[in-house]
Design a protein around this ligand. Structure first.
Ligand code: NCD
Length: 360
C-alpha cells in the first residue's frame, strides 16, 4: 500500500500512466462510473480550499464512490488537541483513502505513517502539493502536446508556493526542460528545490526579476499568488503583493503557442482580460485536476487492494541527533514526534528534516 506525499514518489512511467488514464476517463467516462462503488474517500482539510477539496470529492463521486470529511480544523478534534497520527488512525476505521491538507509541513507524511489506508497530500504548508502537479502535467500535455523540451517560466512566490516546488520536481525529470524562475529576491526558490532538484540534476535554469524580459522565451508560463498566509511579517506581504501582474500588453510579448497556467485562486496577478486569450489555460487546468485525481484514487486503491501492508521506509539512513528549527514543521507542534533527519549531500554536510526538508 502506497501513499502520496511528494510527486517524486511517482516514477515518470507512473506519471505518464496516470496521464493516459485521465485521458481515457475524459474519452470514456461511463467506463469508470462504478470503479469505486462502495469505497469512501475522507477529505481532511485543516486549511481552506475550493478546487482541491471539491475536485477530490467530485473525482470520487464520478468513480461511483462516496465522500466524508471536514473542511476546517475548527470542526475536527484537532481543535481539542488531537494529533495528526491519531486522527489518521481513526479515519482509517471509517474510510478507504484519505486526502489531507494541513498548514504544517510534513503533516500528511505523519498521517501516512500512522494510517492503515493510503493518504494523499493535498498541500502541506509551503512545502509540497503533488496532486496540483498532476493537474499541471495533464494540462501541459493537452495544451502543448508534449512534456519534453519545454521552457517553463514560474512566476511569483517561489519561496512559499508549494505548487511550484512539486511542479519543478516533476518537470525536472522530463528531457529538455529549462526553467526561468521569475520572482522578487525575497521570494526565491528554497534550498530543498534549488540544491536537491535543480543543481543535483544539472537542470538548466535562470533567475530573473522581470516578467516582461523573460516572457518571449517561454512555452509555459506558470503564474502564482503571493502566499499572504505564509508571511511572518504582514508589511513584507504588503510590499511584495503586487510584484507581478500579467495583462494583455505582456501577453503580446509572448509566443503564440505559449500556455498560461495558474493553480488558482488568483488575487490580481492575472488580469481578467487575459481570460479571453486562448492561451489562458487555468480554468481548463482546474477541470484537469479532477481527472488526474480520479486516476490517482483508482491507482492507489488498486495498489492497496493488492498489497494492504504499508510501504516500508528506509530506516538505515535516518539520523536522530538533530533538531528541526522550522516553526512551520509538524515536528515543532507535535512534541512526541521523533526528530528525524537524512543526509542529502555528504560532501557539503547537508542534513534535511524528513518531514519538511529544511536543513538541520
Ligand atoms: C494552491 C494551494 O493551495 O497551494 N491552490 C490550489 O490547490 N489549487 C495555490 C494557492 O493557494 O495559491
Amino acid at each position: 500500500m502506497r501513499s502520496l506525499n511528494s510527486i517524486l514518489e511517482l516514477s515518470v512511467e507512473e506519471l505518464d500512466q496516470l496521464i493516459a488514464t485521465a485521458k481515457d476517463i475524459i474519452a470514456h467516462p461511463e467506463a469508470y462510473q462504478d470503479k469505486c462503488a462502495h469505497k469512501k474517500l475522507a477529505t481532511l482539510f485543516f486549511e481552506p480550499s475550493t478546487r482541491t477539496r471539491l475536485s477530490f470529492e467530485a473525482a470520487m463521486l464520478e468513480l461511483g464512490g462516496s465522500v466524508l470529511g471536514f473542511s476546517e480544523a475548527a470542526s475536527s478534534s484537532a481543535s481539542k488537541g488531537e494529533s495528526v497520527a491519531d486522527t489518521a488512525k481513526i479515519i482509517s476505521c471509517y474510510a478507504d483513502i484519505i486526502a489531507m491538507r494541513h498548514p504544517k509541513e510534513g503533516a500528511p507524511y505523519v498521517a501516512s505513517r500512522a494510517a492503515t489506508i493510503p493518504v494523499i497530500n493535498a498541500g502541506d504548508g509551503g512545502h509540497n502539493h503533488p496532486t496540483q502537479t498532476l493537474a499541471d502535467l495533464l494540462t501541459i500535455s493537452r495544451e502543448m502536446g508534449r512534456l519534453e523540451n519545454l521552457t517553463i517560466g514560474v512566476c511569483g512566490d517561489l519561496k512559499y508556493g508549494r505548487t511550484v516546488h512539486s511542479l519543478i520536481e516533476a518537470m525536472s525529470r522530463y528531457p529538455g526542460t529549462k526553467f526561468v524562475l521569475i520572482s522578487p529576491k525575497e521570494l526565491k526558490i528554497p534550498g530543498f528545490i534549488r540544491y536537491n532538484v535543480l543543481e543535483r540534476n544539472r537542470i538548466p535554469y535562470t533567475e530573473v526579476s522581470s516578467l516582461e524580459e523573460a516572457i518571449h522565451e517561454l512555452d509555459v508560463l506558470y503564474m502564482t499568488r503571493i502566499q499572504r498566509e505564509r508571511f511572518d511579517d504582514p508589511w513584507e506581504y504588503e510590499r511584495l503583493k503586487d510584484s507581478y501582474i500579467l495583462n494583455t500588453d505582456k501577453m503580446h510579448l509572448a509566443k503564440e503557442r505559449m500556455c498560461v497556467l495558474h493553480p488558482l485562486p488568483r488575487v490580481n496577478e492575472i488580469s481578467v482580460k487575459v481570460d479571453d486569450d486562448p492561451r489562458a489555460a487555468y480554468f481548463r487546468q482546474a477541470l484537469n485536476g479532477k481527472y488526474m485525481r480520479m486516476a490517482l484514487i483508482l491507482k492507489l486503491l488498486e495498489e492497496a487492494e493488492r498489497d494492504p501492508v504499508r510501504e516500508a521506509i528506509d530506516t538505515e539512513s535516518l539520523e536522530y541527533d538533530r533538531v528541526c528549527r522550522n516553526p512551520k514543521c509538524i515536528s515543532q507542534v507535535e512534541q512526541e514526534l521523533p526528530q528525524l533527519f537524512r543526509c542529502t549531500d555528504r560532501a557539503a554536510d547537508i542534513h534535511r528534516c524528513i518531514y519538511c526538508e529544511q536543513r538541520g
